[in-house]
Design a protein around this ligand. Structure first.
Ligand code: ADE
Length: 224
């Protein structure tokens, strides 16, 4: 899989994409994540400008068509993309099913929104999917792109040590995960539930399921 991220602030993305599981997945060759500075595609040789004032006199700046078009076109000349995603608070909600679906892609482009947004013609002609990571407004789409890349990459088989654990995550079956514990079994009198120490595999799985159902009902009734 390959993810190309187009941004005016590459430095925001460098650290989240170069640590831990995302780094390991890239080192193992499971995913290639390429960050592109939109300014490199600016027709303005001197100032590398990529934004301009909006028509109609509203406040803020708008990302221009040409640098974005140039960046996306250059990538599309190299390979076929499953989706050209634009990060925006008015996009569809990024959920586990969306992450699951995107993790099956061969190639993805993520264009990070900034300023007041991008010239709407880009959204009409080049973007295939607009995605929001939640009902709040970020200063830009970089953190949204990092969140999406993280959630997508960890689903690629081999990206996390134990494949079973990606499938048993919270949300994979619309249930929150059960509580987990590790040694010591008694810490300052805080005890691990007896069932987990019982060695009864089937009973433990049943207990975990009941915990998941109870936690989902209590904490996220909207999921059921
Ligand atoms: N850009 C600004 N806010 C955003 C959000 N909530 N999701 C995705 N991209 C954004």
């Amino acid at each position: 899989m390959r993810i190309d991220i187009i941004t005016v602030l590459p430095e925001i993305l460098e650290s989240p994409l170069s640590c831990s599981i995302l780094k390991r997945a890239q080192d193992k060759g499971l995913v290639e994540i390429c960050i592109h500075n939109l300014r490199d595609y600016s027709p303005d040789e001197k100032h590398k400008r990529v934004d301009d004032y909006p028509f109609g006199g509203t406040a803020g700046m708008v990302m221009q068509c040409e640098p974005v078009d140039r960046a996306i076109t250059a990538l599309k000349e190299q390979r076929r993309y499953d989706e050209v995603i634009y990060t925006s608070p008015d996009g569809e909600n990024f959920t586990q099913p969306v992450a699951n679906q995107l993790s099956l892609s061969e190639n993805l482009i993520i264009l990070c929104g900034h300023y007041k947004g991008i010239d709407y013609r880009i959204r009409e002609h080049l973007i295939t999917r607009e995605i929001s990571i939640g009902d709040y407004v970020l200063t830009g789409g970089e953190l949204a792109a990092a969140v999406m890349a993280d959630a997508i990459v960890r689903l690629i088989p081999g990206a996390i040590g134990d494949e079973q654990s990606a499938l048993s995550d919270s949300f994979q079956d619309n249930l929150l995960a059960p509580p987990v514990y590790t040694r010591p079994a008694n810490y300052k009198g805080w005890e691990v539930p007896d069932i987990l120490l019982s060695g009864h595999e089937a009973k433990i799985r049943e207990w975990e399921l009941q915990q998941s159902i109870e936690r989902t009902k209590r904490l996220r009734p909207d999921l059921r």
